[in-house]
Design a protein around this ligand. Sequence first.
Ligand code: HPA
Length: 267
Amino acid sequence: MTNDPYALATDAAAALRKAVGVGSFDVALVMGSGWVPAADAIGETIAEIPVTDLPGFAPPAVEGHAGRIRAVRTGSGTNALIFLGRTHLYEGRGVEPVVHGVRTAIRAGAGTVVLTNAAGGLRPETQRVGEAVLISDHINLTGASPITGATFVDLTDVYTPRLRDLVREVEPSMTEGVYVAFRGPTYETPAEVRMCRILGGDMVGMSTVLEAIAAREGGADVLGLSLVTNPGAGLVGEPLNHEEVLAVGRATASRMGDLLAQVVCKL
Ligand code: HPA
């Protein structure tokens, strides 16, 4: 096995095509915490495999992150690759496993990457539990990047404006906001939440930004969606836990599934 993460993704893409019997994918979706139950609505399952069947993938570490890859045929006849769970930076395996799925998907043909997550809402005045917010931009406070060396990737439009417009054709009332990413796994302190608001953040979480950067490096378009699981993040004085985040996902699964199915058909 190679040490080069890009070559490893090429190997994984070849193994994936063989394992699921699909030659090329049009779109890849990464289902974050709370989004896994929504995956069933996206299309007809062609095949599903554990990520660990492919080179370079780490076994799942977090409950609710199933660690499986599903190939589906969408309602418009395109092929979608769905990651049922992701690797996070806080798992301590470094940056490469975090972005390996996105790199593999791009090498398997995906020109569009849909990144979903559960997030704390930084605008409790307007955000509601179970609301989906379009990610318009991000602030990467993880201290990490998937890119090393002098490769200067333009991030002016990390989250493709055309894809955000397309989502608003399906759901005109959906708002958009800036996603602030920390490494985790601790939830933010109240002072950190106040800082995020001052910095212009609207949602806060522990994922997505590194994958978005890797997708842009790979030339794919990116759509980002946050499910607001706890408006007020650390400001409301209520302790947070992962189980609550998953429960919001279960409660909103059919709504988010419908949304993704419609969006994927329009790509
Ligand atoms: N902070 C960080 N990550 C999260 C949160 C939060 O408040 N909610 C869901 N994921």
